[in-house]
Design a protein. Structure first.
Length: 323
C-alpha cells in the first residue's frame, strides 16, 4: 500500500502532538480525520471557547475534526467506523476504549515521551528531569488494554543535560517524535515491524511512575538537598513551576514561584529554607548540604523576573524564610 492510500486517523490535543501531525500532512500521508478534545472554556466567565493546538492546526489544513465528549459514545464510534481507517496514531491524547483502539486493521500506535517501560503515566518528561535522569527518549508502541503497556515498535534515546529544564527536553522530544512517527508509519506500511514486549525490558529497565502533576506536587521541599531541589525546579520550569511560601515575621505568607537556580554545595549552620542574601544581587536558600542560588522567580501577582530585580523591591530580614 502507498502512503497516499493508507487511511490514517490522528488523535492528539496539546502542542506536543502538533509536530507529528504536521509532519504527516507535509509528508503527503493520508490523514482522513483528526480526533481532539472539545474546546475549553476560557476567560473569567468561561464565555470564550479555546480550541486545542491540534484542532487549530487541523482546521488550518482543512482536515476533518471530531471532538467527542465521550469516546464510547455510539454516534462517535459509528462516525469513526465510517472513516474506514487503516491505522490510528495517538500522541498526547487520552485513554482509549477497546472499541476505538482495536478498530483499524493495522492497529493503533501511540507516541509516548519516555523510554518505556519507564515513566508510564501522564507527565513522563517532567518526572525524568525531576528525578535527575541523564537520559530520556521517545517510544512508539501498539495499544492494548493496560495504559502504556503495549508492545514496543521503536525507541529513540535523548540525553538530558544538567542545565536542561523541562521545556528544553519537551522541545527536543517533540521534534524527534515527528521523525519517529513517520519512521513507524513507514515500517508498518512496509510490513517489517518487529515489536518487543515491555515485559522483556522490565528486567533491565527500572519501572518509574509518571503521575499527573498537581499544584501540591510542585511545592519545594527545602530539606531534600541541593541537587534534588535544583532538579525539581528545572523539572517544572517554566510550567507549571515549582513554588514555595515566603514567610516574613507576622505577615501572611506569599507564594513564590522559582524558575531557575544554581547549586552551591557547602557546610553551613542554617535551617533549610533560610534565606541568605545581600538584598541586592543574590538570594541563597539553605538546604541540607548547601545553598540553592535562586536566579529567576515570580512573586504572586507579579511577572517573572531576575532575582536582582526582585531584590530591588524586596528586603529580606532575619525572620524571612521559605517554607
Amino acid at each position: 500500500m502507498d502512503k497516499k492510500d493508507l487511511r490514517i486517523v490522528y488523535m492528539g490535543t496539546p502542542e506536543f502532538a502538533v509536530e507529528s501531525l504536521r509532519r504527516l500532512v507535509e509528508g503527503g500521508y493520508n490523514v482522513v480525520a483528526v480526533i481532539t478534545m472539545p474546546d475549553k472554556p476560557m476567560g473569567r466567565h468561561g464565555s470564550v471557547l479555546q480550541p486545542s493546538p491540534v484542532k487549530q492546526y487541523a482546521v488550518s489544513q482543512g482536515l476533518k475534526v471530531l471532538q467527542p465528549e465521550k469516546l464510547k459514545d455510539e454516534a462517535f464510534v459509528a462516525e469513526l467506523r465510517d472513516l474506514k481507517a487503516d491505522l490510528q496514531i495517538v500522541v498526547a491524547f487520552r485513554m482509549l476504549p477497546e472499541v476505538v483502539w482495536n478498530m483499524p486493521p493495522m492497529g493503533t500506535f501511540n507516541l509516548h515521551a519516555s523510554l518505556l517501560p519507564q515513566y508510564r503515566g501522564a507527565a513522563p518528561i517532567n518526572w525524568a528531569v525531576i528525578n535527575g535522569d541523564t537520559e530520556t527518549g521517545i517510544t512508539t508502541f501498539f495499544l492494548k488494554h493496560e495504559i502504556d503497556t503495549g508492545e514496543i515498535i521503536d525507541q529513540v534515546r535523548v540525553p538530558i543535560a544538567d542545565t536542561d529544564n523541562v521545556e528544553v527536553v519537551y522541545d527536543k522530544l517533540m521534534m524527534l517524535g515527528g521523525d519517529l512517527v513517520l519512521k513507524t508509519v513507514d515500517a508498518i506500511l512496509e510490513g517489517n515491524v518487529k515489536t518487543t514486549p515491555q515485559e522483556d525490558l522490565v528486567k533491565v529497565e527500572e519501572l518509574r511512575p509518571a503521575p499527573k502533576i498537581f499544584k501540591e506536587t510542585c511545592r519545594i521541599d527545602w530539606n531534600a538537598g541541593v541537587k534534588k531541589v535544583y532538579d525539581f525546579v528545572r523539572g517544572l520550569s517554566p510550567y507549571p513551576a515549582a513554588w514555595t511560601e515566603l514567610h516574613q515575621g507576622h505577615s501572611a505568607p506569599v507564594m513564590l514561584k522559582i524558575y531557575e537556580t544554581e547549586k552551591i554545595f557547602c557546610d553551613h549552620d542554617c535551617k533549610p529554607g533560610t534565606i541568605v542574601t545581600d538584598n541586592k544581587t543574590y538570594l541563597h536558600v539553605a538546604s541540607t548540604d548547601g545553598y540553592v542560588n535562586v536566579l529567576s522567580l515570580q512573586l504572586a501577582g507579579k511577572k517573572r523576573m531576575p532575582v536582582a530585580d526582585f531584590l530591588h523591591g524586596f528586603h529580606a530580614s532575619d525572620v524571612t524564610v521559605l517554607v
